[in-house]
Every structure is written in structure tokens, then in C-alpha cells.
Write a protein that binds this ligand. Sequence first.
Ligand SMILES: [Zn+2]
Ligand SMILES: [Zn+2]
Length: 268
Amino acid sequence: MTKYFLGRPLNIACNNCKTPLQKDVPICPYCRVVRTDQYSRDELFDYLEEFFPTRLTHKKKPVSTAKRLKTRDFWEWYSFGIFTFGIGYYIYLLVTLKDMNDHWDYPHGSYETTTKNDLFTSFLLLLTTSFFGAIIIQYNRYQKLYTHILNAPRVGSLRVPLRGKSIFWLFVLQTILFLALVALIFFGISAFLAGMFFEFNSLWITLLFLIGSGLILVLYFLVHILIVIFEREWQSIFNDHIIWHMQLEAKNVSIFSPLAKDINYKKT
Ligand SMILES: [Zn+2]
Ligand SMILES: [Zn+2]
């Protein structure tokens, strides 16, 4: 017995080939027969519009494969970041935002989500607010790549970066720990100096602050290592994705073709 909801059967199957369907769609993905018993002509055309657009309701994004996409070596940039006391890492963030913009110029389906970022705003944000701005930039980098990979044709096993909000909270935690560390060291030194000038035994207070900052330092490194693992993963997923885009170009395979999924995304 077929159950109905809003005029449509609940357990959906193709009326031609009888294959059960995961999604209620106007065309059977198995035998390609139009399900005229369930869908009107307009519904069918609305559905097709998504894959074969004819109306010019929204501007199509410009497509350009002029720029060669570059993969990045995460460890190279991470070391550069350490040797430049973090400034090099901000440059790395901006470089990857630019990479994401260049990547979006490559052919993509209308159902895919953008990876474009406003470079100038991001640059100003980093320049004026430093690590606070970096938290917002990280949110954008992760969330945009996350949704982009989820909507792209699936190549091999699915690997997605962390969601935007997860990396956001990890960075908030890292920032809080960093500020707490600076504050504790500052109070520890103040207590020590106060003890020298005002003739009271500040040894215990100083020691307390130093032990406190030691504990926070350990916590800080733990959170930092977690972030580094996710950052390396982000770059690795993005590298694979742009190699796949470039392979499609090199082999002249359309992103809409079923063959797109068979293109190897590893460097050959
Ligand atoms: Zn069918
Ligand atoms: Zn893409």
C-alpha cells in the first residue's frame, strides 16, 4: 500500500523500472524515464533548469583557467610562520585566500558553492585586529572549503576539512590561553618586583603565578598542536581538490561529465 504525503507517495519508486528512489525527482536516475505520473511539465522544466540553464535570471560566474592553480606545502609555510613570529602565517592565510579565489574561476556547476573571499577586507582585518581577525578569516576558509567539497562531484573517499564553527572555537580557545599566559607572566614578574621594592616575601606569589603559567603553556601547546593537525589537513584537502580541477582541464573533461569522478586527484 502506498502512503501519500502532500499528494506524493512516501515510499517512492520509479513507475517504469520500479527501482526505489532515494530522492523524489522528476527523472528516474536509473532508467531516465520522466515520471509524468507525479510531475507536471513546469516542475520537470524547473528541475532541468538547474542542470541545463536557459533562463538568465542570475549572472553566471566568469570562467577562466588562465591562472595555474598552485598546491602549497603546509610545513614550509608553518616554519616560515614560526621564524617570522606569526607574521609569515598571516601571509600564508592571505595566500590561501587568493588560491581559493583563483580556484573558483575554474569551471564549476551552478549548484556548487563559492570559495571566493574578499582579499582586501581580509588583509585590513589582519592588519588592524591581528589574531582576532584571523579567527574570522579561519572561519571563512574552513566553512567555504567544507561546503564546497560537500557539493563538488565526489572523487575517491570523501575528505572534508573541519567546519567553520569548530575551527572558530579552537582559535578562540588558543587566543584566550595565549592572553592568560601573558597576563600570568606579567603578574608573576610584578609580584617579584613588588617583593624587591616593598620588603615583603613575594616568593610564594611569584611561584604560584609561574606554576600557573606553566600549566597554561602546556594547554596552549595542546590546542596549538590540534590546530596544526587541522591546518595541515585543510591544505592537503585543498591541494587534492585543485589538482583534480587541473587534471579535468588537462584531460579536457567537463566537470558536469560523469567521467569527472573517475579523474584521479593525486599528482601523477
Ligand atoms: Zn526508472
Ligand atoms: Zn572546486
